[in-house]
Ligand binder design. Structure first.
Ligand code: ASP
Length: 586
């Protein structure tokens, strides 16, 4: 037997027991006549003691010779420590070692295996297996496991079955670029890695499985924004004979279950707002509602004076900053400069101070009187002591700018508490989205999403107004899931593809298999997919997803540990019929 116990479980009540332990040498302290070693495994740390009097000479010398991160096995007796460390659960005992076996030696690690390590990001990624030995990373991976097993349990109890779908598929258009894999056996042909199992899960519904889930890797070849991974994990789900209400209730149930079991929190019914409402109230389809600061639209109470900046604007919109009247002029200017940075792009910003005596002081006092400013305060819900910031201009741009400012202010005012959880549903997304580059409408969710059936007639005349039976689950300002009721009627699916600019031919080529399936009794169905990496990070109160992934890629999509991606040799390229093509591009 390699070990009788782990390094985290022994207590004072186990004294005098003979044990065998295995683990890594966290550190060793050599006092000349005594040597202490901290032995570490996944479960904790146990102190070992060797002393000149009680240990044999050979054993004592061996103990002195071992270095950090050596893998050892020890046999010995549990004894009470003379100086106890009450900060760790095993801190009242130590092992008086009688036998020491070195199972493997170790080079000195390139960074310290401590909670606060000295290693830089790149180095830690290169030696990720050593980083994983550190508590902060190890605990995050264990936390992820806890969340994913709760998800499996919950869905299994509700009769969802876990079905694996293929990774080598044909491309599914979900808006991003596909990763492709050349086929050796079918020269010149390629598979695509799934951006999601979307069409397969729909086919499983046609196959009568009724309720499907899978915790599954998905692949999207997008330019990497901070904290995005080219491969990521989704909790992918689909249900038959359901309407939107059934899906929202089921996955609200799952989210509540996670908040309860993982965080011990009871959360009431999740608020629901429509996409249009979210955009006009928060300038975002994933609003953070842990704090207020809702937008107040001021066109009707600001475009009646000689202030041309407002008069010529499509939208004049403001937010009230709680307690913001304490900001100094310098602080206000800092925010004005902040919105004028090219990343935000505002031309300027107006402010109104709401004084404690009920009067107002603004940067546009020349144009507006106290009554006007009072109206603005009412509409933006500003109270005495608050500050109102106002932006104006093109509707879409201004909302995006004010939304960014809202988050920045909330961050600075500590209103985004990571231990507070404010989920909500955003519903009624537009079906289509205009793409300036291709001058075409794209499906906002994906082409299999059902339009609101009573709006189908509008597809011809006002396509941008048609809403979809599509919804997002938003948590603390992050989209953690999205889904829709699907089209299950072949004719509607054809119509939809036509509106997305697919010729009959192209539709058949790309989606023939789905359309065929729809001719064999497809049930009404719908589903959702939640992003596991982000969900786990948010539940743990963290921003970055990287440490919840055992072997993540860096911001250029590289795995620096295994050095991927990398070049292929000529033989391999030839075998894949890629050699000539690549050479002809050189
Ligand atoms: N396949 C969709 C996605 O990955 C989710 C869904 O509609 O279920 O966003």
């Amino acid at each position: 037997m390699y070990r009788t116990h782990d390094c985290g479980e022994l207590r004072l009540s186990d004294s005098n027991t003979k044990v065998t332990l295995c683990g890594w040498v966290q550190k060793s302290r050599d006092k000349g006549f005594m040597v202490w070693i901290d032995l570490r495994d996944r479960y904790g740390i146990t102190q070992l003691i060797f002393d000149e009097q009680r240990s044999s000479k050979e054993l004592f010398n061996k103990a002195k010779s071992i270095g950090r991160e050596f893998v050892i096995q020890v046999k010995g007796k549990i004894i009470e420590r003379s100086s106890k460390n009450l900060n760790i659960p095993t801190g009242e005992i130590e092992i008086l070692v009688s036998e020491l076996n070195i199972l493997n030696e170790s080079k000195t690690p390139p960074f310290t295996i401590e909670d606060d390590s000295d290693g830089g990001e790149e180095l830690k990624m290169k030696y990720r297996y050593l980083d994983i030995r550190r508590n902060p990373i190890k605990e995050k991976l264990i936390f992820r496991h806890k969340v994913s097993s709760e998800i499996r349990n919950y869905l299994t109890k509700l009769d969802f079955i876990d079905v694996e779908t293929p990774y080598l598929i044909k491309s599914t258009p979900e808006g991003a670029r596909d990763f492709v894999v050349p086929s050796r056996m079918n020269s010149g042909e390629f598979y695509a890695l799934p951006q999601s199992p979307q069409t397969f899960k729909q086919l499983l519904m046609v196959g009568g499985l009724d309720r499907y889930f899978q915790i599954v890797k998905c692949f999207r070849d997008e330019d990497l924004r901070a904290d995005r991974q080219p491969e990521f994990t989704q909790i992918d789900c689909e249900m038959s004979f359901v309407n939107q209400e059934d899906i929202l209730n089921t996955f609200e149930g799952l989210t509540k279950h996670l908040l309860k079991t993982i965080k011990g929190l009871d959360i009431d019914k999740f608020p629901r707002i429509t996409y249009d409402e979210a955009i006009s109230k928060y300038g975002s389809d994933k609003p953070d509602i842990r704090f207020g600061m809702e937008f107040g639209e001021l066109n009707s109470v600001s475009q009646h004076k000689d202030f041309n900046v407002f008069n010529s604007a499509e939208l004049v919109v403001g937010i009230s900053v709680p307690g913001g009247n304490t900001f100094t002029r310098k602080e206000i200017d800092k925010y004005v400069d902040w919105v004028k940075r090219p990343q935000i792009g505002a031309l300027g910003m107006i402010y109104v101070r709401c004084n404690e005596d009920g009067t107002f002081k603004s940067s546009v006092d020349k144009f507006y009187d106290q009554k006007d400013l009072g109206n603005w305060a009412k509409i933006t819900n500003a109270n005495k002591g608050d500050l109102i910031f106002i932006l104006s201009g093109d509707k879409n741009k201004v909302r995006t700018q004010l939304s960014a400012l809202r988050l920045e202010l909330a961050e600075n005012l500590n209103l985004r508490n990571p231990e507070e959880f404010a989920p909500l549903w955003v519903t009624d997304f537009p079906l289509l989205e205009w793409d300036e580059e291709s001058k075409k409408f794209h499906a906002m969710h994906h082409p299999f999403t059902s339009p609101k059936l009573d709006q189908i007639d509008l597809l011809e005349s006002k396509p941008e107004e048609v809403k979809a039976n599509a919804y997002d689950l938003v948590l603390n300002g992050n989209e953690i899931g999205g889904g829709s009721i699907r089209i299950h009627d072949k004719n509607i699916q054809s119509l939809m593809l036509k509106h997305l600019g697919f010729s009959d031919e192209q539709a058949k080529e790309q989606f023939g298999f789905l359309m065929n399936a729809f001719e064999y009794g497809a049930p009404p169905h719908g589903g959702i997919a939640l992003g596991l990496d982000r969900l786990v990070a948010i539940l743990d109160g963290q921003e970055s997803i990287k440490d919840y992934i055992a072997f993540p890629k860096n911001n250029s999509g590289k795995d620096v540990m295994i050095n991927a991606p990398s070049k292929l040799g000529d033989d391999q390229l030839d075998e894949l019929s890629l050699g000539l093509r690549i050479k002809s591009h050189e």
